[in-house]
Design a binder for this molecule. Structure first.
Ligand code: 1BN
Ligand code: ZN
Length: 331
């Protein structure tokens, strides 16, 4: 991706008004490129690679991938739904990618339960050194612990947006890369066991990403950058710049956000600072990989029974998928 002059970065409104040196014309195009009042997108304002990539991702097909996952039932480790969904993902990836690596192991929880785990790594151009890593978690949370009613809290989260949406983005990217192979290597990583345990005590969560970080696909594995896509299907999406991403890989945040803003999605990919989230990018960052988290925490059904497919938007998936493709095509 070409370096983006600082004068073209999206500025906070107050700061924008004081920059008297900016010509009106530049201000006008900046407002358009940053989304303005309409976040509907404007591929004409994007780079040629981004404009071409915008048409490559099918949001309606991605929503079907969400429905398919939810139809298995919650993908809770150790359940038949988890096994069936994992088998399905492996088969889907074998039909699209150049190679598929499955990491399979048993995780012992803090309370001594044995959980069957699988990470699935689908590789395009596996011999290429210059590569991008996209990841999402494919498991579902065993309890809806934000529910007030204990009977509802005991039920697993359906995981349409939480887990399902990120997986759908990776599947849609795989479709596009099969149609038109990338010029760089691309790794699509489906991690297991993100959502099993407690984020408060950091126990039995991020199980798959921790395992991947300890068992990288080859010595010295170092993608150019990585992006975790998590809860990316809300019908009113806003992606703030997640805290650990900004601390540890700000240039990757800039790459993704500027790509989105140039496509007209500046109201969705906002320059606002977000919270730091313990998520699957963290174990990879701790191994020195430049990985960020694209996550929309303002999702009303987070860890509730209502995280069902009707809450996920084909339009949102289409926007996020188009950005994901523009980032890959723009390298
Ligand atoms: C994302 C989806 N996460 C869990 N399910 C990570 C997370 C951790 C989200 C803490 C919010 C708070
Ligand atoms: Zn979750």
């Amino acid at each position: 991706m070409p370096a983006i002059p600082s004068s073209l970065r999206c500025l906070a409104p107050a700061r924008r008004a004081t920059r008297a040196t900016l010509a009106l014309l530049v201000l006008g195009s900046l407002t358009a490129a940053c989304g303005g009042a309409d976040a509907g997108g404007d591929a004409a304002a994007a780079t040629p690679a981004a404009a071409a990539a915008a048409g490559e991702f099918d949001g309606a097909a991605a929503l079907e991938y969400v429905r398919k996952q939810v139809a298995f039932g919650p993908r809770v480790p150790g359940t038949p739904a988890h096994r069936a969904a994992g088998d399905w993902l492996v088969a889907e990836m074998r039909a699209r990618a150049d190679s598929v690596v499955v990491q399979e192991w048993t995780h012992t929880t803090a309370d001594d339960r044995k959980l069957p785990m699988r990470n699935i790594l689908a590789r395009f151009k596996p011999a290429e050194g210059k590569r991008v890593l996209y990841l999402a978690h494919w498991d579902s949370r065993p309890a809806s612990d934000k529910e007030g009613d204990p009977a509802k809290a005991a039920l697993a989260v359906p995981g349409a947006n939480d887990g399902g949406s990120g997986v759908a983005i990776l599947l849609g990217v795989a479709d596009a890369l099969k149609r038109q192979p990338p010029t760089v290597g691309v790794d699509l990583l489906f991690v297991d066991g993100e959502d099993w345990g407690s984020f408060d005590t950091n126990t039995d969560v991020l199980i798959g990403s921790r395992h991947f970080a300890e068992n990288l696909p080859e010595p010295g594995y170092q993608p150019l950058f990585g992006v975790l896509w998590d809860m990316v299907g809300d019908e009113n999406p806003v992606f703030e710049q997640e805290g650990f991403s900004m601390q540890r890989a700000p240039e990757v945040v800039q790459r993704v956000w500027l790509t989105a803003q140039r496509m007209g999605y500046g109201a969705i990919f906002t320059n606002r600072a977000g919270m730091a989230i313990t998520d699957d990018h963290v174990p990879l960052q701790e191994k020195g990989l430049r990985v960020i988290d694209v996550i929309d925490l303002d999702y009303p059904w987070h860890h509730l029974n209502g995280d069902t497919a009707d809450k996920v938007s084909a339009k949102t998936l289409g926007i996020v998928g188009a950005v994901a493709m523009a980032v890959v095509r723009g390298i």
